[in-house]
Design a binder for this molecule. Structure first.
Ligand code: MSP
Length: 639
């Protein structure tokens, strides 16, 4: 297989100690969207996901409920597989670390590295965190401190002393630093690279990779009272899943490895950006192309997690809103590189305004109008300037989307698509085909055709995010299925609009949800409420610096200005502010200001305002903008 035409993407493997929640769904949907995006680029795709089933944490959880570890983990697998089906996660293989082929390949890996001298036997003692399965390093506690807290979970650690096998991590310190230097795009977002480099620069110690204190793990070859430390076996799933160490799968391994994209949450970056590349170097294998590190979904100020009891069941969400709408929300509404808040009210708002209004209504209005005027078959139109402008806008959108998808900023890619969707809506509105049909049938047919071509492009580009709904949309245009042997992005970019559509009537593509009473999440299992104001309440308000890239007065209002504000990684936002006549667009354009960015979006003068500019008033009641004293990066958070 031509390596340029293949794409291998992975998710972390999930602990088989609980059913999946919205956080785990997030990592998985990101990978699925990447996989599907590369399918519409005409590439062959392999998508690996699965479960992490060994280790102390699993053994202890099983013991608590009186089950053997194997029976315990088996019980969680249907929960994952069923949910992935509901959410249209089209994985190529579901790996379980208890699969025989994985265990055998890990033993092969250990043997190879022992022969090379990169795995050796020694003794280890130190402060150990059982839930996180890691030892503290010297930097993590004061000399003489008793049971110092774990750096990740803050729980007290225990002193552990054991004979164990080590992986020669320190040997790879310089090679890792060289690799980061030569591959500055290895980690997205780039800012996280600095953390990793600093950690490696501060000095690496050899990594203890075996345990004798438990039996629930991959046994070491020829020394079976040792089992592998869970991360040593888990990280290698990314190679065993595509055939590493398996005689009958050598061609498969050669075809897929190295991975093009590995998705993971920010909590597990050290394992993926330090240990994992070192393991691969020791195995003389190439390193993955890109690690895409996403932020956390939070509820209030806490990471959503099963153990905190604040998790949201994605199955309930899918029943209420449909899986595609939830996928859309996760991709477009959460900025991938940042932590994001989940709110049902916000999800409902997005479904109503982005999906039902912007996409669904456009389809419905166009198809009803066509039907009313006896138009079923739609042929290419007689394109005029308005349509050529639309085509040009599509080409620009595609280039921007390819760029953003490539660097892993999916939310930005889809923000660009939404600008195109808005442009198509404006086109349809401005051309008034319902009037044209009475005066100029040919022009009417052209407008319908241009709208169909645009909807076709929208459906293909949105298909990675909402496969089911977009296939429905394509069917409404008379297109039965997507054939994946074309690079659709190039097709859309280069070929004139020469399609033929057969419009099918149908129900609204997206149902507008009834707004729920609660402003927070009715599906959160438990939220700790506190009516007094604490620092946590203050932190809830997401206040950021943005540059007002463009600004204009709003017709029909003597107060409002409409600004396009650049918030860096968070993307561009449109924000309305009632500051005229004291502040004019000229005074604001090109300046930095401070905005609340997690305010519920609201309609102002028929358009959406996605934040609020902070201002102050002086003694004369004049509006004074608030600005950083000197320029700071766009998107900087106030704290
Ligand atoms: N088993 C390890 C990964 C081993 S990979 C070789 C693990 N499992 S996990 O089930 O705890 O988490 C897996 C992924 O889910 C991580 O990427 C983690 O960041 C993600 N999420 C878990 N909770 C999350 C949120 N609340 N928000 C976003 N993602 C989070 O770690």
């Amino acid at each position: 297989m031509d390596k340029n035409q293949t794409f291998y993407v992975t998710t972390p493997i999930y602990y088989a100690t609980a059913t999946p929640h919205l956080g785990t769904l997030y990592s998985t949907v990101l990978a699925d969207v990447a996989a599907r995006w590369h399918k519409i680029l005409g590439e062959s795709v392999f998508f690996l996901t699965g479960t992490d089933e060994f280790g102390q944490k699993v053994a202890q959880a099983a013991e608590k409920v009186g089950k053997t570890p194997q029976v315990f983990v088996d019980g969680f697998i249907p929960g994952y597989k069923d949910l992935w089906k509901v959410y249209e996660i089209d994985y190529s293989r579901f790996i379980r670390t208890t699969d025989a082929y994985h265990i055998q390949a890990i033993q092969q890996w250990i043997t190879n590295l022992q022969e090379k001298g990169d795995i050796y036997k020694g003794a280890y003692e130190g402060w150990y965190c059982t839930p996180c399965e890691t030892y503290l390093t010297e930097k993590d506690f004061e000399v003489g401190e008793k049971n110092p807290p774990c750096v990740s979970c803050q729980r007290p650690t225990e002193w552990v002393s054991e004979e164990c096998y080590f992986f020669k991590l320190a040997k790879y310190q310089q090679a890792l630093l060289d690799f980061y230097k030569n591959n500055p795009n290895f980690i997205t977002p780039k800012e996280r690279m600095a953390e990793v480099v600093a950690f490696v620069q501060s000095g690496l110690q050899d990594l203890s990779i075996s345990r004798t204190t438990l039996s629930w793990g991959v046994p070491f070859p020829y020394d079976s009272q040792h089992v592998t430390y869970v991360w040593a076996d888990a990280l290698n799933n990314y190679i065993t899943g595509v055939g590493y160490g398996q005689k009958d799968r050598e061609a498969e391994f050669a075809a897929w490895w190295p991975a093009n994209l590995q998705i993971l949450g920010k909590d597990i970056i050290r394992f993926h950006a330090v240990y994992w590349p070192a393991f691969l170097m020791a195995s003389n294998l190439p390193l993955p192309e890109q690690l895409l590190v996403h932020g956390w979904i939070k509820v209030g100020e806490q990471k959503m997690s099963k153990s905190l009891g604040n998790s949201i069941d994605p199955l309930v969400l899918s029943k209420e809103y449909g899986a595609d709408a939830v996928r859309y929300y996760l991709i477009k509404q959460l900025a991938i590189t940042q932590d994001g808040q989940f709110s049902t009210a916000d999800l409902e708002q997005r479904i109503t305004s982005d999906l039902a209004n912007d996409v669904g209504n456009l389809l419905q209005r166009m198809s009803v109008l066509a039907e009313k005027n006896g138009m079923v078959e739609v042929l290419p139109g007689q394109w005029k300037q308005e349509e050529l402008d639309l085509q040009k806008k599509l080409q620009e959108t595609l280039q921007l989307m390819v760029y953003e998808m490539d660097r892993g900023y999916f939310h930005m890619a889809y923000s660009h698509l939404w600008k195109y969707i808005n442009a198509v809506n404006s086109y349809f509105h401005a051309l008034e085909p319902w009037k044209l049909v009475k005066t100029d049938k040919e022009r009417f047919a052209t407008v319908i055709s241009a709208t169909c071509h645009s909807l076709y492009a929208i459906a293909l580009l949105l298909w990675p995010v909402m496969p089911h709904k977009m296939e429905e949309l394509l069917e409404r245009l008379g297109i039965k299925s997507i054939v994946f042997d074309k690079n659709y992005v190039q097709v859309l970019e280069n070929v004139c609009w020469d399609m033929r559509f057969v419009i099918q009537q149908g129900d609204a593509l997206f149902k507008k949800p009834e707004p729920s009473e609660e402003t927070m999440n009715p599906f959160v299992e438990e939220i700790k409420k506190d009516t007094s104001i604490t620092i946590d309440d203050v932190i809830k308000v997401d206040i950021r610096v943005g540059t007002i890239v463009s600004c204009q007065s709003v017709d029909g209002s003597d107060k409002l200005v409409k600004s396009q504000v650049d918030f860096g990684d968070l993307g561009m936002r449109q924000i309305f502010s009632g500051v005229r006549p004291m502040l004019t667009p000229e005074m604001l354009q090109g300046t930095q200001a401070i905005f609340v960015v997690n305010l519920k979006p609201r309609k102002m003068m028929g358009e959406e305002s996605q934040g609020m500019m902070l201002i102050a008033k002086n003694d004369e009641n004049c509006i004074i903008p608030i600005r950083p004293a000197s320029p700071v990066p766009n998107g900087s958070k106030l704290s």
